[in-house]
Design a protein. Structure first.
Length: 360
């Protein structure tokens, strides 16, 4: 597994828009404010040609131009890392126009984004053996004041949250947050709004026998390679020419895997179908644990199926810890996770910590 160099003080942040760009409000104003913040902090900025584009369908520009931008900016030597401008709907359509061989040959570089950016973060790991950060997109960094989760995400890129664990290994560590946002107050009239955190972060865990929540969760520790992303995108990739998950699993099977999964548009039935599909494709071979984020469209029960049953019908039979309602994905704040790293997850009560070792 390859890892990018950390962003140095005064280094250059590159921005690309392989999914939506920042051409409309509130994203444009938020991104512009983020640029002011980073410039004030001494960083240089390298904007791709599609950052403010809006000519595409479900993405910033044509698939051809988005694929070219992503390839060119990953290969460029005059930026130190890449942050995606945003998520979107049809990033899958650019994949035929990304030069994956060129990206594999280029020096490893950190790429950060989530949601539709699963098409890059997941494939960087499984196609190019290169780690990435499943974390917030560029416009989020323009909020005032900046939520601590955004600072945590940027610290992954800079490496400033590195520490030594109990075994003397250098790890990057993140943790869960006490509150989450059910309804955003960010809109065209309030583009720099910070997260509207109103809901208590109550974790749940299925230990193979029972579902426990909150303070009833005993101390549980699990390790494995972190892999996953947005389920909407993952099941779309499954079975295509870009699905080399099986080879990836065999290469790192001695480590086992921690699957982190969250959903955007999928309701509880869609999530259950997606879990069934991934299981029957063999993706959960060698699984050591599941990290499940709060689903944006799947928080509500339908026809006697809730978000727990949507996941546990498959994951619960694996006899591994299944942590649910974690700070991953579309209902912020989100823990930034390094896809491809070796993770150690510790959960006790509502406290969640993830240590990520940059293991080759």
């Amino acid at each position: 597994m390859r890892y990018g160099k950390f962003l140095p003080d005064g280094g250059t942040i590159g921005f690309v828009a392989p999914s939506f760009g920042c051409n409309i409000q509130p994203y444009r104003s938020a991104f512009e404010n983020a640029r002011r913040i980073w410039t004030r902090e001494g960083y240089q900025l390298d904007l791709g040609p599609n950052c403010f584009a809006g000519e595409g369908v479900g993405i910033s520009n044509t698939p051809q131009l988005c694929g070219k931008e992503l390839t060119d900016y990953y290969r460029k030597e005059d930026n130190d890392c890449l942050i995606s401008c945003g998520g979107g709907e049809l990033m899958c359509e650019i994949l035929d126009y990304v030069d994956w061989e060129e990206i594999s040959r280029a020096p490893a570089k950190w790429y950060m984004g989530f949601s539709d950016n699963t098409n890059m973060t997941y494939l960087l790991a499984t196609l190019c053996d290169t780690a990435s950060v499943y974390g917030p997109c560029a416009a989020s960094f323009g909020m005032e004041p900046m939520d601590p989760s955004l600072q945590d995400a940027f610290s992954i890129l800079t490496g400033k949250n590195r520490k030594m664990d109990a075994l003397g290994r250098e790890v990057l560590s993140v943790h869960g947050y006490p509150l989450w946002e059910k309804e955003s107050v960010k809109d065209e009239t309030n583009p720099l709004a910070t997260y509207h955190l109103t809901e208590p972060g109550i974790r749940s865990c299925f230990d193979g026998e029972a579902l426990m929540s909150g303070e009833k969760i005993p101390g549980i520790r699990v390790q494995g390679r972190l892999i996953g992303g947005c389920m909407d995108c993952l099941v779309n990739l499954l079975g295509t020419c870009y699905d080399r998950t099986g080879d990836f699993l065999e290469k790192y099977k001695e480590d086992g895997f921690l699957w982190f999964l969250e959903a955007c548009d999928l309701n509880v039935f869609s999530i259950r179908r997606a879990m069934w599909q991934m299981e029957h494709a063999g993706w959960f071979k060698y699984v050591k644990g599941f990290l499940i984020g709060r689903p944006l469209s799947g928080m509500e029960s339908q026809m006697n199926l809730d978000r727990f049953g949507a996941v546990l019908e498959v994951a619960g039979k694996k006899k591994v810890p299944v942590f649910m309602d974690l700070d991953i994905g579309h209902l912020p704040p989100m823990m930034p996770l390094i896809t491809g790293s070796f993770g150690t997850v510790t959960v006790e009560g509502n406290e969640v910590a993830v240590d990520m070792e940059l293991r080759p």
